[in-house]
Write a protein that binds this ligand. Structure first.
Ligand SMILES: Nc1ncnc2c1ncn2[C@@H]1O[C@H](COP(=O)(O)OP(=O)(O)OP(=O)(O)O)[C@@H](O)[C@H]1O
Ligand SMILES: O=P(O)(O)OC[C@H]1O[C@](O)(CO)[C@@H](O)[C@@H]1O
Ligand SMILES: [Mg+2]
Length: 481
């Protein structure tokens, strides 16, 4: 499945190095479009709010830490309602699909799209596509009404179902066309794979010249989507992870040389593990995919565990599911979407630790391994994620009604924006171990950096300035602002 984009990004330059990375609009490929006054103009709740409508020229900078001489840089369109809309309420058919793994907040986003369409724009025809992309052409749809969706934010999962694999662009766009509608808003909620899929749907719709807006809402519990401040459900996941870490700590603290190990999600990005560790303060070692480590010898994990047990009598380790995969025997299996299936690194390390302490040392240990991964992502979103989901959904609805397409809504530096698909699918967001946040974690846990002769890859790649071979610590990180 390719992810190359056929349409160039719309870049609008301005003064002093200002660049607007704009989102596509119907007017880019359809002529003679009719516009209508936004129905919110006559809605008493909104018409009294000063500056409720977003100025067409408002934009949000991607980087807010700047030097006095640096150019103004990349900006994104500010999200929110526009004075004019490109649909008449009665003509619009909207549909919502959720794809990929579960994430706290999916139902909140669905609820808020349905409610916003109805209450703000008078759009009452909203279909839920059953079970991910393949539901477009192989299953029945669900009529989503404000009444049906009223309580769903209190439930985990997604009421319309989700799946991996099964994306067929032609069939999906045919199915949108076959429903006999020429005016539609398609809301696609999902992670990096889903948004690549959304981009090709948008491109096909554009090639066919259809007045169908494709709006994405980025979803990923791993927080691996670039550009945005964080993805919805992440806050909830970090909070829920505390329960598992607490349990691991209690178990470890109550045993002789107790080790509590918790595996958290994070296929390629260790954000949940990093933030859960920073939040907890009970964690002595956090292992993430971006930071290679080794077990044996000087500066290795076993040596550190022995030191910690001698000092404190117990310790807690958090490991992200994608950490240390290069140490495990390879298994070339993929899921239906083509994502590599990972080995259980937590189980593997737990066994290696047990073997090491049984054979190499006279230290009896008690190790408890906790894998709360699916329990964490199956819960409803917390209060802060609920607010976030609500605003993401409202922004997506405003954007599509205003004729924008091929975009996701997303929080950038605390402001809601519209981001073109091209930007959001171009790479994965990862923990940068030469950034301040990872350094903060290292100083909080006091764990080794593992950047010794056994992990030379980063040294060779020149990602670090210098490395203190004596202390094993990242002495001279080139910290980014
Ligand atoms: N490059 C691509 N082009 C078209 N469709 C894609 C592409 N990559 C993935 N998809 C489709 O997107 C859907 C979801 O992809 P995937 O299973 O990778 O989850 P995701 O959106 O990345 O979410 P998660 O964060 O849970 O992994 C699947 O139906 C898959 O077929
Ligand atoms: O078992 P599933 O549904 O494929 O999901 C597992 C994957 O989904 C994620 O939660 C991302 O959504 C990853 O962290 C994890 O590897
Ligand atoms: Mg993904």
């Amino acid at each position: 499945m390719g992810s190359q984009s056929n349409f160039q990004m719309k870049e609008v330059p301005g003064e002093f190095g200002y660049v607007l990375q704009d989102v596509p609009h119907f007017s880019d490929y359809i002529s003679d479009l009719q516009t209508y006054p936004n129905p919110l103009r006559s809605n008493p709740a909104y018409s009294v709010v000063k500056q409720y409508f977003v100025d067409m020229d408002d934009s949000v900078p991607e980087k807010i830490v700047v030097h006095k001489d640096t150019p103004r840089g990349v900006h994104f369109r500010r999200a929110g309602p526009r004075q004019q809309v490109y649909f008449e309420s009665d003509d619009v058919l909207a549909c919502i699909v959720t794809c990929g793994g579960l994430c706290p907040g999916l139902n909140t986003v669905i609820r808020e799209i349905v409610h916003s369409l109805d209450y703000m724009y008078g759009v009452s025809k909203v279909l839920g596509i059953d079970g991910g992309y393949r539901g477009f052409y192989s299953k029945n749809t669900i009529n989503l009404t404000p009444k049906l969706c009223n309580d769903i934010h209190k439930r985990g999962g997604t009421i319309i179902g989700s799946s991996r694999g099964g994306h067929d662009t032609t069939k999906i766009v045919d199915s949108i066309q076959d429903r006999g509608i020429n005016q539609a808003c398609v809301y696609i909620i999902g992670g990096d794979g889903t948004l690549r899929g959304a981009n090709v749907i948008y491109e096909e719709i554009r090639k066919r010249g259809l007045k169908v807006a494709v709006a994405g809402i980025p979803k990923t519990i791993d927080n691996d989507i670039p550009v945005i401040d964080r993805s919805f459900g992440f806050d909830t996941a970090v909070e829920e992870a505390q329960r598992a870490i607490n349990a691991a700590h209690v178990e470890a603290d109550s045993a002789e040389n107790g080790i509590g190990m918790v595996k958290l999600m994070g296929r390629y990005s260790g954000f949940i593990a990093m933030h859960a560790t920073l939040a907890s303060r009970d964690v002595d070692c956090c292992l993430i995919p971006e930071s290679p480590f080794y077990l044996e010898g000087k500066g290795g994990l076993f040596e550190y565990i022995e030191k910690k047990l001698k000092e404190n009598g117990h310790m807690v380790i958090v490991v992200a599911e994608g950490a240390g995969q290069e140490l495990l025997p390879t298994k070339n299996e993929e899921d239906a979407s083509g994502n590599k299936l990972l080995q259980d690194v937590g189980l593997w390390i737990a066994q290696r630790i047990k073997d090491h302490f049984a054979k190499q040392t006279k230290m009896p240990i008690t190790l408890k391994y906790i894998d709360p991964t699916y329990m964490i992502r199956a819960i409803p979103s917390n209060a802060s994620d609920n607010v976030y989901c609500t605003l993401l959904a409202q922004s997506a609805v405003h954007g599509a009604m205003a004729g924008y397409t091929g975009f996701t809504s997303g929080l950038v530096n605390g402001r809601h924006t519209y981001i073109p698909f091209n930007r959001i699918i171009e790479k994965q967001n990862k923990v940068v171990i030469t950034d301040r946040m990872w350094a903060r974690l290292l100083s909080s846990t006091n764990q080794p950096s593992f950047l010794g002769p056994k992990c030379p890859s980063l040294m060779n790649a020149g990602q670090l300035g210098t490395y203190d071979k004596v202390t094993g610590l990242l002495g001279c990180l080139s910290l980014k602002p």
